[in-house]
Design a binder for this molecule. Structure first.
Ligand code: SF4
Ligand code: SF4
Length: 67
């Protein structure tokens, strides 16, 4: 999962268009990412103002958990 910095985001919708998994949506609160995200980072590299980054909690979810 990725997170966006709503203070930097220009609401240009560019990241929504480049996401190959259609995981991003532009809402009144800014860009929202859903579970279809596979952390490919295409949107991070695309964003012209560096408003997108990987979310630490999302990365942790992919690590093995002890039972
Ligand atoms: S590409 Fe960057 S500036 Fe444009 S909507 Fe996405 S996060 Fe915001
Ligand atoms: S990291 Fe990849 S899959 Fe996730 S929102 Fe960005 S472009 Fe889409």
């Amino acid at each position: 999962m990725i997170r966006t910095d709503s203070r930097k985001c220009l609401r240009c919708s560019g990241c929504v268009g480049v996401c190959p998994r259609s995981a991003l949506t532009l809402t009144e609160h800014g860009i929202v990412c859903d579970s279809r995200c596979n952390n490919c980072k295409i949107c991070i590299n695309f964003c012209p103002v560096g408003a997108i980054d990987l979310e630490i909690e999302g990365v942790r979810r992919h690590l093995p958990t002890k039972v």
